[in-house]
Design a protein around this ligand. Structure first.
Ligand code: TYM
Length: 331
């Protein structure tokens, strides 16, 4: 790890891990895992900002870790762990809360969106959510954070908090850079292409889950809402077909012009049938590996235990440094 820069990212264990999370985040985690020392979390504490069924939450944490591994994240080369297992995250979050302004937090679009969606439960955690995320990142002296477009604002506030603290107390945190893919940073809902695809959407037809079976995948793509018109041409004013072309491009590495060329004179039905196949074939090895992994819960458990131990050591270093700087007695 000595010479490698540090990469960190995480996903909330809510809903079903979806193709949007794969394209916007996991795919890039995989492509960067040789170059960087990588830290991947399932951020279970963040998911508490929405009411969770305790049994479901536990189950989903294991399932998400299983899917991380099935996608190809390597626990030998990287650290994979559950956020709740490293208490330094909550401890640093409290301290950083005292260096973050209400005004900054009230500008967060995700807070505004979620408080509209969960009007009955606008809790303080939902408001200070970005501060816990800043703690996640800053604890590990992270260089790079690969995320989708929707997390850009949270990365900006993380950088602002780090710079503010460094200015007050001297160099303490590395200021992280976001890594947002040029194509695929915002995959849209299959049922409403003007809305972002979300793994916790109430309508499962709006997303492809990584664990959906092949028939379900093909049918969801076939029924995806497209625009009037029939040509396979990329145009942002035709968000339905543009979204499907984006998914196609990200999974095949073909440019939009190459796809347009291939589908010249062909209609939506043929394009959708092929896209369904491409997704099925991308997910087939993941699903196979997942099935095997989930039969051996002990292995998963050991990976998490080992991950939490390694993460704790790294996190504690930064936490102690911060505590010393602000005048907390170290006994
Ligand atoms: P979460 O769980 O909402 O999403 C996980 C990752 O998937 C990306 N993503 C998308 N990418 C493209 N198109 C979409 N429609 C789409 N929807 C989601 C997200 O950008 C994200 O990269 N706050 C974070 C979790 C988090 C975190 C962190 C991330 C907590 N601490 C520290 C990085 C570093 C979140 O809720 O992601």
């Amino acid at each position: 790890m000595e010479n490698r820069k540090i990469l960190l990212s995480g996903i909330q264990p809510s809903g079903n891990l979806a193709i949007a999370n794969y394209i916007g985040a996991i795919k890039n985690w995989l492509s960067l895992q040789e170059q960087y020392y990588c830290i991947y979390m399932v951020v279970d504490l963040h998911s508490l900002t929405v009411r969770q069924d305790p049994k479901e939450l536990k189950k989903r944490c294991f399932e998400f870790i299983g899917q991380y591994l099935a996608c190809g994240l390597d626990p030998e080369k990287n650290i994979i762990f559950l956020q709740s297992q490293v208490s330094a995250h909550s401890e640093l979050a409290w301290i950083l809360n005292c260096f973050t302004y209400m005004g900054e937090l009230s500008r967060m679009t995700q807070f505004k969106e979620k408080s509209t969606r969960h009007g009955e439960n606008i809790n303080a955690g939902l408001f200070t959510y970005p501060v816990l995320m800043a703690a996640d990142i800053l604890l590990y002296q992270t260089d790079l954070v690969p995320v989708g477009e929707d997390q850009k604002q949270h990365l900006e506030i993380t950088r602002d908090i780090a710079i503010r603290f460094n200015n007050l107390y001297g160099e303490t945190f590395r200021v992280p850079e976001p890594f947002i893919p040029e194509v695929g940073a915002r995959i849209m809902s299959l049922q409403d292409p003007t809305k972002k695809m979300s793994k916790s959407d109430e309508d499962p037809k709006s997303y492809i889950a990584l664990l959906d079976n092949p028939d379900v995948i093909k049918s969801k793509i076939k029924r995806a809402v497209t625009d009037t018109g029939k040509e396979i041409i990329y145009n942002e004013n035709r968000p339905g077909i543009a979204n499907l072309m984006t998914i196609y491009s990200c999974l095949t590495d073909k440019s939009f012009s190459k796809i347009e060329e291939e589908y010249q004179g062909k209609g939506y039905a043929e394009f959708k049938a092929h896209l369904g196949e491409i997704i099925v074939e991308t997910l087939r090895p993941v699903q196979k590996k997942y099935e095997v992994l989930m039969k051996n819960k002990d292995t998963l458990y050991n990976i998490l235990k080992d991950g939490a131990e390694k993460a704790s050591k790294m996190a504690q270093k930064t936490l102690s440094k911060v505590q010393k700087k602000i005048g907390i007695i170290q006994i």
